[in-house]
Design a protein around this ligand. Structure first.
Ligand SMILES: Nc1ncnc2c1ncn2[C@@H]1O[C@H](COP(=O)(O)OP(=O)(O)OP(=O)(O)O)[C@@H](O)[C@H]1O
Ligand SMILES: Cc1cn([C@H]2C[C@H](O)[C@@H](COP(=O)(O)O)O2)c(=O)[nH]c1=O
Length: 214
């Protein structure tokens, strides 16, 4: 594969989607390669259907390992249908969440174990790993407060989890960032959105100076 896979990660309410949507036009304006934007779980029709099942607030009976397997299944379909062909076509794929989310949420948050979830995802990804990950870090209280303030009518099954769950997720992300300092760049997402967007842009442009016309 010759393109680049760049992922955005972070706890719920960190501002990943907002930052990603704002940074894409800035990158596209300067980039000499095609950029596609996608998300997990989802990104193609089958994976979006799996997303709806996972996040449905009515599915309170869902077993933790079932949840982990569904995220991995959605990921597999997403990679096969969308990510791998785009990378083979030399595109830059920017993805809202990827395997790190499973390690943090299912591995740590649900308590399945980070190593077990990483192993399970190896089967789904066949070893595909992001070239660069932007981890938008916020304390769990801040992320949840943002969602409560602005998105209360769109609470999904994961958003509804207790604070302790979200704190475990954040700790796992911080550990992942510490263990993978070259791949994962941490951005303080408590800053205002303009600053966060500017820092995301700088990290990507500085990592790949050949791709951007400065
Ligand atoms: N830097 C910021 N400062 C204050 N509010 C922000 C900031 N970034 C995003 N928000 C607001 O926080 C809320 C959550 O943002 P967003 O949906 O982008 O987060 P997210 O990380 O994608 O969340 P989730 O993973 O739960 O979908 C939105 O209402 C957004 O307007
Ligand atoms: C990919 C992935 C996601 N999750 C969680 C994280 C969020 O709570 C939801 C996805 O919704 P968002 O609008 O994209 O934030 O799912 C997870 O637990 N495991 C995963 O692998």
């Amino acid at each position: 594969m010759v393109g680049k896979l760049i992922t955005f990660e972070g706890p719920d309410g960190a501002g990943k989607t907002s930052a990603l949507m704002a940074v894409i036009p800035l990158l596209k304006a300067k980039c000499n390669q095609d950029i596609i934007v996608t998300r997990e779980p989802g990104g193609n029709p089958i994976a979006e259907k799996i997303r709806n099942v996972i996040l449905d607030v009515e599915n309170i009976a869902m077993d933790n390992r079932t949840e982990a397997l569904l995220y991995a299944a959605a990921r597999r379909q997403h990679i096969v249908e969308k990510i791998a062909p785009a990378l083979a076509d030399n595109k830059i794929v920017i993805c809202d969440r990827f395997v790190d989310s499973s390690i943090a949420y299912q591995g740590a948050g649900r308590g399945i174990g980070e190593d077990a979830v990483a192993q399970m995802n190896l089967f789904a990804t066949n070893g595909l790993t992001p070239d660069l990950t932007l981890y938008l870090d916020v304390p769990s209280e801040v992320g949840l407060q943002r969602i409560k303030r602005n998105r209360q009518n769109q609470y999904d099954r994961l958003d509804q989890e207790k604070l302790i769950f979200h704190k475990k997720v954040r700790q796992a992300y911080l550990q992942l960032a510490q263990d993978n300092p070259k791949r994962i760049q941490t951005i303080d997402a408590t800053q205002d959105l303009t600053t966060v967007v500017d820092q995301c842009r700088q990290v990507i442009e500085q990592r790949y100076p050949d791709l951007f016309i400065v």
